[in-house]
Design a protein around this ligand. Sequence first.
Ligand code: SF4
Length: 652
Amino acid sequence: MEIIIAKNAGFCFGVKRAVDMTINELNSSRNHVYSYGPLIHNPQVVSSLEKDGLTTINSLDDINNGSIIIRSHGVPKSVKQRMEDLNLDLVDCTCPYVISVHKKVEDYSNKGYDIIIIGDYNHPEVIGINGWCDNKAHIINSKEDALNLPKMDKVCVVSQTTNTLEKFELLSEIVQTKANEVSLFNTICNATKVRQESVEEVSKKVDAMIVIGGQSSSNTKKLVEISKKYCNNVYHIETIKDLSLQDIQIFNTIGITAGASTPDWIIKEAVEAMDNLNNDEMMEAIESSFTRIHRGEVVKGTVLYVTDNEVMVNINYKIDGIINRDELSKDPDVKPRDLFKVGEEIQVYIIKLDDGQGNVVLSAKRVDDLKNWDVLEESFNSKSEVECKVLSVVKGGLTVLVLGINGFMPASHVSTSYITDLNQFKGRTFKARVIDLDKDKRRVIVSRKDVEKEELNKKKTVLWDKLELNAIIEGTVQRLTDFGAFVDLGGVDGLIHISDLSWNRVKHPSEILKAGDKVEVKILSLDKEKNRISLGLKQTVEEPWTLFKSTVNVGDVVEGKVVNLLDFGAFVRLNEGVDGLLHVSQISKDHINKPSDILKVGESITVKVIEINDEERRISLSAKDADSVDEAPEVIANEEVETTIEDIINNN
Ligand code: SF4
């Protein structure tokens, strides 16, 4: 004989919690412990607890002190108030699922809605729910009840938590025709739903179905109802003693399920009696009918309902999970309804197994976090780039946000250049590379410098391919040194040596250039291997000597400026880069001892060109003959001039 145990058979979360809290109270309290109504719909469990000291009462008039247990079904608001007024020690075991129905009903009733409860009029849970809207609810349990409802304006519909989905859907459809506005809440407990679905599945494939649970238990009766739809041999028993083992021996496959108030030991007893499974296997089977979950896990779930502040998710666990608003998304402005829809399948991260209210605490944003960590790890391994946003400047670097995860960028990794003030990066977004990552310690270190370096190298390669000897290109002066100026050509620096700055003599590059100047330069030499480029600034203009020669001839009278005075003569600048010598004997028709007798540096002077020596690039001038253009030029003896040039070199 094969035995199939349906998923979620036995104690649901709410009942187990109530039993555990009661046992705890019996063991720890000095008071007498009372239960307001039978603790659960299982006479065997109740009688066992009564043996341990629990007294079941049906009216508060019977007691005036002690501890009072509110069972998982809950009680009307007025009853709870009365218990408090009597100063009883309240042990509230109302199932959190039921509490949420109470809140809903109270809230909508206060907002002027008519309340409709789909459920059994006499069931304590329904009586309790009705007590949270001043007992004004319309309670419907059949099609006729629904059809007889009066016409209403706004209604709020809830369900007894152990209803079948089929009944809820059928009746709520009729209710929708009875009001102008209907707020519909499927408050069927997920444990019930899963149990009912599982019973349907098992009862379809077995020869006989055994349903274990109290005869007065509403949820057990519904399991019987469902089983009978799909299986011809259904046995509703409270314990194995109610079953004739001989009757079931004829079946090859038997399905077993149990109501929410049936403890494991009763199920175990039944299975043992059938002598088909040993204890361990049976317990394993029961245990394995529940999904196991752990903190830090990511599991799949289905959205049950969405409010302004939370999302309830069925994670196929014995209790449902809740995502609070602050765990929805990194974006604080996003609303639950923007993100999720009822029925949608989503992934959730398990933060806590129980929030104290009977819900598993879930997070949606941490799922994204985990995914992002995976992406970051991948990026770290493959050395690919990630985008990061600078959040703030801290000691030693910058805090950044990378794929929604906080990371750090050391100051030395911000740029290839030295940065004096990191504040300029605040709020900026740029590409970086993950250079260190520790998932467990949640540490990410990124570098922008690495990316910058790579970009520079790429630029350099492109630039080097473009550079040609003798080409004239534009650049920006980066910095000056005593020996020249470095010019950025768009990723590569070249050097203009001081001697290539100007055709004139230059003592320091700052006489010609300053950092930041845009300049046109000529490429004088290229050495890719050594990464050296020599540039010339003066080479971008025509050589002054050539220019002079093409415009001035011997005998021409020209204007110049005295730039230097020596004993043997004065140097006169005729053009930028072209100076001529005005020998002392050529300054005046009158006798003078030395040039400074009549000339001053900076003074403009008219002179006649009396000789141009192209080979030695020398020009001899005369001032005394400047007014005699037509006369033949006076020739100065070579010997005299040569002496003069040597003097120039020695004295200049
Ligand atoms: S059946 Fe659901 S609502 Fe009822 S007590 Fe159990 S867990 Fe709570």
